[in-house]
Ligand binder design. Structure first.
Ligand SMILES: [Zn+2]
Length: 93
């Protein structure tokens, strides 16, 4: 797993077949996306913003090329923090 701390880092991964684990502290939610999902795209107005989340301590982000590994990480974080874990309905395919 690679920890994502800036928007640029995530933008660079856009064309790689990878999975994003997005942790939202205020919403107490962990979501699994493919990196090409619009909700995982920092450039999109509806996308995640790792730089801002890090600055405001409102979330954390992890990327893996393995869906299993990303899924395990998401489940682990959700379990440890007592958050809800969901697979994004938009990019789940
Ligand atoms: Zn998604």
């Amino acid at each position: 797993m690679t920890k994502i701390v800036t928007d640029e880092q995530l933008i660079k991964l856009y064309t790689t077949p990878s999975y994003l684990v997005a942790v939202d502290y205020p919403k107490k939610e962990v979501k699994l996306h493919t990196v090409d999902c619009m909700l995982a795209d920092p450039i999109s107005s509806v996308g995640v913003k790792p730089s801002k989340a890090r600055e405001n301590k409102t979330g954390e982000f992890w990327v893996s090329e393995s869906r299993d590994e990303a899924n395990s990480k998401a489940e682990e974080i959700a379990k440890n923090k007592g958050y809800t874990y969901t697979i994004c309905p938009i990019c789940d395919r």
